[in-house]
Design a binder for this molecule. Sequence first.
Ligand code: MD3
Ligand code: FE
Length: 203
Amino acid sequence: TCEEIADGAVLLRGFAKPIEDELIAAVREIVAQSPFRRMTTPGGYQMSVAMTNCGERGWITDQTGYRYDAIDPRSDAPWPAMPAVFRDLARRAAESGGYAGFAPDACLVNRYEPGTRLSLHQDKDELDLAAPIVSVSLGLSAIFLFGGLSRNDKPRRFRLTHGDVVVWGGPSRLAYHGVAPLADGEHALLGRKRVNLTFRKTR
Ligand code: MD3
Ligand code: FE
């Protein structure tokens, strides 16, 4: 099913489910090369969510700021290549959402454990803000908070579950969003965690 949840944002419930095993196997290979790590924000806070990346560039934050970089500062090597199964899923989802020809060059992989959260933020480090962001939820479900273009707009809440894919484009691309603290639970494939993939075109 395809549902427009906000202007320019399309929720594809269960879109990734048919390839769940391939996606999880690919995440494990990425993490073997570039492990999940908790990064530090420019304000000096350590994020509760652990992150890694694949693709030509990866999103990082440290004391000096946020940026996309071709090198994983932890391994001092390029990020793992984007698996074909990721690239194809992102392209198919974007097309279903009305964005044909989406060619992401970066995929940020977020790992949530019970109690971890992502506070309200905008994603605007990408140069091409006309391209959508495609997100894929795996494992435990989460309450996703979706606000407006101002931090003060009261966020709406959506439950995102294993296999759900959302295409965020148009006016929703610069909306504030976040994830409420993850409730504990056990997922058949991933155990006590949630993994979220976000596909981006950064340049
Ligand atoms: C709406 N990730 O990685 S995915 C992020 O569940 C991030 O890990 C969350 O926010 C997560 O930056 C939310 C949904 C999402 C991702 C990017 C967006 C929604 C978005 C960018 C613009 C608008
Ligand atoms: Fe975000």
